[in-house]
Design a protein around this ligand. Structure first.
Ligand code: NDP
Length: 511
């Protein structure tokens, strides 16, 4: 039988949630003299429709067979709306619309005209940011303070950034002529729905491509609200098409002979299926897949700052982040104080209603994902790792999981090897920089890593030896549209963001 890791019956330390952590200096176990008042973000900025259609050729249309699927608020398990489920016929129609737009309108526009549309989209996203933030939180379960302060501003920033490149392609690729690839098929996941949409649509459009995008089935609403932004920006019909639907629809889209470029973000397993499906074609492809990042803390690091970075690295977005710092590698000499500080900090993390502005950890995106996290945490306990969870109260309904910390973890444990995609941190130790590198690189993935040390020379030497596409030094989970992002090994290939992200959407020819 699997150990029950979600109930209070496990070997948990007593929670100190209404008691002051020792670091506050109020005396051991002294009651905190205040409580957070509820601070719910208003839902009234969002007008939910009962039913959302597909977005094809600039119009909202029902699916060809009339079928719909529900999208659910993971924090309450309530249905938010029905969404039209695209059929292969609908996808083909969207691809034809995208092709027409690429040939007749978008592909023939000068870069400075394309830029105006992208600037307009960026501005509208900013103007409607609160509406997007609330809708994203309701559909995905992420805390409002993250959708409000991270997802939506960064999504707009990607449109600003790539708008700036649209009329400067000759400077981005000096001496070459950058031509669009044509129609891009884009499949995105549920962890950063609007942000992943912007990572994919903004560079594609800047370079003169048109797109057909399939959002994840659990989070289609922000993509469908983005369709409204396209209409508001007067984007020519067919430049952006959005076709929600199940996995088979994603496969039909990427396999279609009508698309020239495939961009996928999601699990490594599906990335492999897609890669196989298009093998032998001349489609361009970028794959951004899973990760199992090491966050490496040396003994000379500023420990309090490192604790904040570790918390941000693994509990941000409930740990449902491909580049999450899910493995903490702590130098042996400081592991004990570091773990003490971490446990202390965990007791102050607020889990609950994602629409409450005080919430740090919201709802897990789906029941299926919650089951996957629960199963892997149970495997960690069964394999002998030591579990710590603050005993915070979880809401009665919805898909919630306590922030979790595992010590006594061996390199061979599943929790040290597999991507959990949840708020679960596995702590390992090392003695020397060589051992840290050995352990950090000992994973099939290679997406990101973090290094905490006061020594600049050590940062440079670690960065050179870590097999990870992104390495943060004395910080974690920082994103910027100017900076490329992508992986090695089973984390995929190709880069999104920055000029590298533009490169993935152009064919370079000699002058
Ligand atoms: P998937 O890889 O299945 O989903 C990502 C996207 O791909 C969704 O739009 C999904 O559609 C679509 N998709 C699924 N199967 C296919 C297919 N055969 N062909 C084309 N498109 C497909 O991720 P899951 O939601 O199943 O999550 C499973 C695990 O993947 C997570 O636990 C996590 O470890 C990892 N993951 C990694 C992400 C990352 O950012 N790198 C993001 C999401 C998950 P639909 O939603 O309709 O199934």
């Amino acid at each position: 039988m699997m150990p029950d890791v979600t109930s209070d019956s496990t070997k948990l330390r007593p929670w100190s949630g209404d008691r002051a952590p020792a670091s506050w200096g109020l005396g051991d176990g002294q009651a905190i003299p205040w409580e957070y008042a509820p601070a719910p973000e208003g839902r009234d900025v969002v007008t939910l429709k009962d039913r959302y259609g597909l977005f094809i050729n600039g119009r909202e249309v029902p699916s060809s067979d009339g079928a719909v699927f529900p999208t659910v608020n993971p924090a309450t398990e309530e249905k938010l709306a029905d969404v039209s489920r695209a059929t292969p016929t609908d996808v083909d129609r969207a691809i034809r619309a995208a092709r027409r737009a690429q040939r007749k309108s978008w592909g023939t526009l000068p870069g400075r005209e394309r830029a105006k549309y992208l600037f307009r989209i960026a501005r509208i996203l900013q103007e409607r940011s609160r509406e997007f933030a609330v809708l994203e939180t309701m559909d995905s379960g992420k805390p409002i303070k993250e959708s409000r302060d991270v997802d939506i501003p960064l999504a707009a920033a990607h449109f600003w950034y790539y708008a700036g490149w649209a009329d400067k392609l000759e400077y981005a690729f000096p001496g070459r002529v950058a031509k669009p690839l044509g129609v891009a098929a884009q499949v995105i996941p549920w962890n950063f729905p609007l942000l992943m949409l912007s990572w994919k649509i903004a560079p594609a459009l800047a370079a003169g491509n048109t797109v057909v995008l399939k959002p994840a089935s659990t989070t289609p609403l922000s993509a469908l609200l983005f369709a409204d932004v396209c209409r508001q920006a007067d984007l020519p019909p067919g430049v952006v098409n959005i076709v929600p639907g199940p996995a088979e629809i994603g496969m039909h889209l990427v396999s279609s002979p009508g698309v020239d470029k495939v961009a996928f973000t999601g699990s490594t397993g599906v990335g492999k299926l897609i890669h196989r499906a298009i093998a032998g074609t001349d489609k361009a492809i970028t794959l951004e897949l899973g990760g199992k990042a090491a966050n490496i803390v040396f003994e000379d690091a500023a420990l309090d700052q490192a604790v904040e970075g570790i918390v941000n690295g693994i509990y941000f977005n409930q740990g449902e982040v491909c580049c999450a710092g899910s493995r903490l590698l702590a130098q042996e000499s400081i592991v004990e104080p570091l773990i003490e500080k971490l446990k202390d900090r965990l007791s102050t993390i607020r889990v609950g209603d994602p629409l409450d502005k005080n919430t740090d950890v919201g709802a897990i995106n789906s029941r299926q994902q919650l089951e996957k996290i629960t199963e892997l945490v149970a495997a960690g306990v069964a394999e002998g790792a030591e579990l710590y969870q603050p005993n915070c109260e979880l809401p009665d309904r919805g898909y919630f999981f306590r922030p979790t910390l595992f010590t006594n973890v061996a390199q061979s444990h599943r929790i040290a090897q597999e991507e959990i995609f949840g708020p679960v941190l596995s702590v390992l130790t090392f003695r020397t920089p060589d051992e840290a590198i050995e352990k950090a690189n000992n994973t099939p993935y290679g997406l990101s890593a973090g290094v905490w040390t006061e020594k600049g020379s050590r940062i440079l030497s670690m960065v050179r030896r870590l097999r990870a596409g992104v390495v943060w030094a004395n910080t974690f989970n920082r994103f910027d549209p100017t900076s490329p992002f992508g992986g090695y090994k089973e984390s995929g290939f190709g880069r999104e963001g920055g000029m590298h992200g533009l490169h993935a959407y152009v064919r370079l020819e000699d002058r």
